[in-house]
Design a protein around this ligand. Structure first.
Ligand code: KQY
Length: 365
């Protein structure tokens, strides 16, 4: 069993590695909520299988799944994917899983943040979320990875991006939202990030992706690809509501330096054409009181920045938008010349409110 540790990762010499550093493996959770995933979760399950199989070619994958769906997941996934039973409220491992930190001797520990379903009773996306809030601890237990537990500090893994060399990027829209840590101001939140991620500098974007239901997680608008290198969701269309969000992020980042004093190299990842929920898709989702409705015509927060960096590959969402899909792959190949760029059609994942980065969590080597 893993031990709960007092103190902070920073004080103990631990830091969160960049996602581009070597992985031990990847964690995911099987989707089944019928008030979030249409048609009983079946189309989403197919997409999750494709993501898991793609990643499993490059690193070990563990799929966590409820008792109810255990056999379905086991039968749907290849033998080399480990399937373990784990209670959950939904399938966003990035947000409910542990944030792994590492020291200079290569020792790994976990950080178990408080999870409140992206906003608790104020603007959270479902209730209850107690099973989700246990996932990080259970993952650490399974791996015998000791962990820091923050009972009073709410944070999701999708709301942070690090370079592994002292810099973290976040959005004010999410981290300063009154539904996360209303008693802490920006400085106090920044101190928590420094202590628990082992960083020295926090870069604060104003916004994320337009209409992102997580209060605009940073992992949907930007991705750290290497120290000093980021990929930013972008549009040239000044009439698109995303334009001011991306422009302000670009202007801010070009005027800033990272923790090591470097200017950032910013690659633009043009967002896809609008992804709107169809009538059929809307009708496939069960209406439940207290859960965000999925209405016909609603714009989805679709972005290519929501990719996963695996050992030797980048797994990127595709939207059947010939031009922008191809541009995204080309840009990513330029950024990652030594990794294979694997596109997965991800409409069924974005219909649930997130994308490939949101449903995965890397465990560093
Ligand atoms: O994008 C994420 N990190 C999570 C999205 C949650 C959506 C729930 N409907």
């Amino acid at each position: 069993m893993a031990k709960k540790i007092e103190g902070t990762p920073k004080a103990h010499g631990f830091r969160m590695p960049g996602e581009f550093e070597p992985h031990q493996g990847c964690w995911m959770i099987w989707p089944e909520r019928t008030d979030n995933w249409r048609l009983g979760g079946k189309p989403a399950q197919k997409a999750f299988v494709e993501v898991a199989e793609a990643i499993a070619k490059y690193e070990p994958v563990t799929m966590c799944v409820s008792h109810r769906q255990y056999m379905v997941a086991r039968e749907s996934l290849s033998e080399n994917i480990r399937v373990v039973e784990m209670s959950n409220d939904d399938s966003w491992m990035r947000d409910v899983g542990p944030t792994f930190v590492k020291n200079n001797e290569g020792k790994i520990r976990g950080v178990d943040w408080r999870f409140n379903a992206w906003g608790g009773l104020l603007d959270g996306l479902y209730f209850p979320w107690d099973k989700d809030d246990m996932v990080a601890k259970k993952v650490c237990d399974m791996e015998s990875v000791d962990y820091y537990s923050l009972e009073d500090f709410v944070l999701e893994g999708g709301s942070i991006h690090v370079d592994g060399e002292g810099t973290c990027i976040v959005t004010k829209a999410c981290l300063l939202s009154p539904s996360r840590n209303p008693d802490l101001d920006q400085e106090a939140i920044e101190d928590m990030l420094k202590d628990y991620l082992g960083v020295e500098k926090v870069l604060w974007l104003e916004n994320g992706i337009y209409l992102d239901e997580t209060n605009e997680h940073v992992d949907n608008i930007i991705h750290y690809c290497a120290p000093g290198v980021v990929a930013l969701a972008w549009t040239d269309d000044e009439n698109d509501p995303q334009y001011p969000y991306s422009k302000s992020a670009y202007d801010y980042l070009t005027s800033e330096t990272d923790a090591k004093g470097r200017k950032l190299k910013i690659y633009k990842l043009h967002i896809p054409n609008e992804v709107l929920i169809t009538k059929e898709e809307s009708e496939g989702v069960d209406a439940v009181n207290g859960t965000l409705p999925r209405n016909e015509g609603d714009r989805q927060a679709a972005s290519y920045a929501n990719f996963y960096i695996a050992n030797g590959a980048v797994i990127v969402p595709m939207f059947k938008d010939e031009v922008h899909d191809a541009m995204a792959k080309e840009t990513l190949q330029e950024i990652f010349p030594d990794r294979e760029i694997v596109g997965i059609y991800a409409r069924e994942i974005i219909l649930g409110g997130g994308n490939i980065h949101c449903i995965t969590q890397q465990q560093p080597k």
